[in-house]
Design a protein around this ligand. Structure first.
Ligand SMILES: [Zn+2]
Length: 139
């Protein structure tokens, strides 16, 4: 999907930016507003993509592992255009670690661009946190 730049007042009735096919209200919004915690690393990955797309810097900070997170997280306004999950290793409700490889599309000016990363997640005190990532070349 695509939309025109960051939208802070994103309607719950719109398709969720993470590409799940569900509405924002039925998908990432409950995670972003703290009603529920992500149950899996993939779910956290999707919600963090949505947080970047909608500029929920506070959520990005709260879900970043204390060991690796910066002092503050201020997502730049960027036109994210879609998320594709390519691979998931572990990261289930009973796992301690997980990896998610994905491609995230964005507009560089008006040029469609793809960021490919393999992100690592760790579960700590029953909650999933983003740990770090390797940026991969896009074939
Ligand atoms: Zn979502």
């Amino acid at each position: 999907m695509r939309w025109d730049g960051p939208v802070l007042n994103f309607s719950g009735a719109q398709p969720c930016p993470c590409g799940s096919g569900a509405t924002f209200a039925a998908c990432c919004r409950v995670l972003l507003n703290g009603e529920r915690q992500a149950a899996t690393a993939e779910e956290l990955m999707r919600s963090r993509y949505t947080a970047y797309a909608l500029q929920y810097g506070d959520y990005l900070f709260r879900t970043w592992h204390p060991r690796t997170r910066p002092a503050e997280v201020l997502p730049a306004p960027m036109a994210w255009t879609g998320l594709i999950i390519l691979d998931v290793v572990d990261g289930g409700p009973e796992d301690e670690m997980g990896e998610v490889e994905f491609e995230a599309g964005y507009l560089d000016g008006d040029r469609p661009t793809v960021l490919r990363e393999r992100s690592r997640f760790a579960r700590r005190a029953g909650r999933w946190f983003y740990l770090n990532a390797d940026t991969l070349s896009v074939d």
